[in-house]
Design a protein around this ligand. Structure first.
Ligand SMILES: [Zn+2]
Length: 359
C-alpha cells in the first residue's frame, strides 16, 4: 500500500510533504522496482552531466581568457563534447546545455539546435516513482567544481555508467584547466607588476640621465662664461683647469674637459697620450714667445693661448699628412677641437700643431 502510494506521486518533493504519508519518499532503493531504479539512476546522471558541461564550459572560457596551454583547453573541449553526445543519446533530445556548442560539434547538429527549443526538463522520469533525496540534484548556478555521478545505488543501465565515466573525465580536465588558469593569472599578475617596476626604474634612470646631461650643459655654459672677466694672458691659474694625462696643461675648464675625452680616444688608437707642448700662455709668456720665435707667435695680447682655449700639439700631429694629424682632423671636431682655418694646410699661416677649442 505504501509502495503504491509512492509510485503514484509525482517527482515533486512537496507532494510527499502534503500527502501526510510521512516517510513514503524514503523508501529504501532495494524496495524500488528494478526498471524504476534504472530510470531514476539515468535521470540523476543526466542532471549531473548537464551541470558538468555547464561548469566545464565556464572554466574553459576562463582558461581561454588567460590563454593557458591550448592542449589543455582542447582536451577539456573534446571531453565535454563527448559528454554532450552521451547526453543526447541518454535523453533522446537536445541537451539542456546546448547553447554553447563546443567547436568540435558538427555543423548539422548546430543546425538542429536552431530549430530545437531546449526542453526545460528533458529527463524522462517515471511520474509514479518516489523521490529518493539522494537522487535530487539541485539546479544551482555553476558550482565551483564539476559534480560527479554518484556510485550505483541500485540497478542502472550502460548509458548511466558511460555518463558517470564521461563526467569523471570532464571533472578531472576541468580541475586541471582551472588550476592552470589560476596559476596563469598569478603569473600574469606578477609579470605585470615586474614590468611596471622595470618601466618605473627605466623612467627613473632616463630622468637621472636627462638631469645629468642638463647639469653638464649648465656646467659647460658656466665654464664658457668663466673667463670673460679676464684680459688675454691675465687669467689667474685658479680659474683654469688641467687634464688628467699631463700636469702641465692649463686651459679653460670646458676646453680641458673635452681634451681629456679626446685623449682617451687618441690613446685607444695610438697607444700613447696626446703630446701637449703648450696650452695657456700668459701675457708675459706671449711677449717672450714673440721675442724668441717672432713670426710664429701672435702679437702679445691677441693669441688664443692667452684665452685658455688653444694647445700646440706634438707627437706627429704637428706635421700635416701624418696618421696622427689625419686622425685629429677626423675626430677632434666631434669634441669641438679643431685646426683654425688660418692654421690649416693652405691657410694664411699653416700650423699643423695649433688646435683650438670652439665649444
Ligand atoms: Zn699655438
Amino acid at each position: 500500500m505504501v509502495a503504491a502510494l509512492a509510485l503514484s506521486m509525482c517527482v515533486m518533493v512537496t507532494v510527499s510533504a502534503t500527502a501526510g504519508e510521512g516517510g513514503s519518499a524514503l523508501i529504501p532503493t532495494a524496495l524500488v522496482p528494478g526498471a524504476v531504479q534504472v530510470e531514476r539512476a539515468r535521470a540523476g546522471a543526466v542532471d549531473v552531466a548537464a551541470d558538468a558541461i555547464e561548469v566545464a564550459q565556464t572554466v574553459q572560457a576562463e582558461g581561454a581568457q588567460v590563454a593557458i596551454d591550448a592542449a589543455q583547453l582542447e582536451a577539456l573541449q573534446a571531453a565535454t563534447a563527448r559528454l554532450d553526445e552521451l547526453l543526447v543519446e541518454a535523453t533522446g533530445e537536445e541537451p539542456v546545455v546546448s547553447r554553447d556548442v563546443p567547436a568540435s560539434r558538427s555543423g548539422d547538429r548546430a543546425a538542429e539546435d536552431v530549430t530545437a527549443t531546449a526542453p526545460a526538463a528533458p529527463v524522462a522520469v517515471d511520474p509514479t516513482a518516489p523521490i529518493d533525496p539522494a537522487s535530487v540534484f539541485e539546479q544551482t548556478p555553476a558550482p565551483p567544481t564539476v559534480p560527479l555521478v554518484p556510485p550505483a545505488a541500485g540497478k542502472e543501465d550502460e548509458t548511466t555508467a558511460e555518463l558517470r565515466e564521461a563526467v569523471a573525465e570532464v571533472a578531472t580536465l576541468t580541475s586541471t584547466v582551472r588550476q592552470s588558469a589560476e596559476a596563469k593569472r598569478v603569473a600574469d599578475t606578477a609579470a605585470a607588476a615586474q614590468a611596471a617596476a622595470e618601466a618605473a626604474a627605466a623612467q627613473a634612470a632616463a630622468d637621472a640621465a636627462a638631469q645629468a646631461v642638463a647639469a653638464q650643459q649648465a656646467q659647460r655654459a658656466a665654464w664658457k662664461q668663466s673667463l670673460l672677466g679676464y684680459a688675454n694672458g691675465k687669467i689667474p691659474d685658479s680659474a683654469l683647469c688641467g687634464v688628467s694625462f699631463d700636469a702641465s696643461v692649463r686651459l679653460r675648464c670646458d676646453a680641458a674637459e673635452q681634451l681629456d675625452v679626446l685623449n682617451v680616444a687618441y690613446r685607444a688608437q695610438f697607444g700613447s697620450d696626446l703630446v701637449v707642448n703648450d696650452s695657456y700662455r700668459s701675457y708675459a709668456g706671449q711677449v717672450a714667445c714673440k721675442r724668441t720665435k717672432g713670426y710664429l707667435c701672435a702679437t702679445p695680447g691677441t693669441s688664443n693661448h692667452g684665452s685658455g682655449i688653444a694647445v700646440d700639439l706634438g707627437g706627429g700631429i704637428d706635421s700635416f699628412g701624418t696618421r696622427q694629424h689625419r686622425w685629429m682632423a677626423a675626430h677632434a671636431p666631434d669634441l669641438s677641437w679643431g685646426l683654425p682655418s688660418w692654421a690649416a694646410w693652405g691657410g694664411s699661416k699653416p700650423e699643423a700643431w695649433h688646435w683650438e677649442y670652439t665649444g
